[in-house]
Design a binder for this molecule. Structure first.
Ligand code: ZN
Ligand code: ZN
Length: 183
């Protein structure tokens, strides 16, 4: 699988570079690359009252971007802004199930959001977990009931911290099959 990591709006370079280096360690037969071009945040995705961006509308932009970059199997967007999805007060990320693109937000992964000291290591680990989770969805994986598995649903930052950045055996098998079927 060839993954492209792309920034949607400005994000810290060291976070996405590190993320891109870590992804091939998790997924079999996978390479990852950061795309230099920064996608702009679609203005129509901003909900001014909520002061949040609609993640589904950003995801649609990513999907459009993906169709112009056929040399990649998956596009992962990373944004700094707070995002929400229909019916949810916020999300850490969103992806098309068995689609080509996923999106994660760093906004609620930062310790500072919870009134804690900045911690780049913690931010990087959380970013990796959420990115792996969303790419897992693009491989057709659904939520896993094992709370240590990276495909476990994260309701809060506590759930993010509790799970590993690894798949359980069953999810890893499913991810491997999906990747090998990409040909
Ligand atoms: Zn999920
Ligand atoms: Zn699992």
């Amino acid at each position: 699988m060839k993954i492209a990591v792309v920034s949607v709006g400005q994000t810290p370079t060291e976070i996405i570079e590190r993320l891109s280096r870590e992804l091939p360690k998790i997924f079999p037969d996978t390479t990852s690359q950061v795309i230099g071009e920064v996608l702009s945040l679609p203005e129509h995705a901003l909900d001014k009252k909520r002061r949040q961006y609609n993640s589904t509308l950003i995801l649609n932009e990513l999907q459009r971007f993906a169709t112009h970059h056929l040399n990649f199997n998956r596009i992962l967007g990373v944004t700094n802004v707070d995002i929400f999805a229909s019916g949810l007060s916020y999300v850490f990320g969103e992806a098309y199930l068995a689609g080509k693109s996923g999106l994660i937000s760093l906004w609620r992964l930062r310790p500072q959001f919870y009134g804690e000291e900045p911690d780049t290591g913690a931010l990087q680990l959380r970013t990796q977990k959420e990115a792996i989770h969303e790419i897992g969805h693009t491989l057709g994986l659904q939520h896993c009931n094992k709370n240590y598995c990276v495909m476990h649903f994260s309701n809060s930052i506590f759930d993010v911290d509790k799970k590993q950045k690894l798949f359980c055996d069953q999810c890893y098998l499913n991810a491997s099959i999906a990747i090998s079927n990409m040909g």
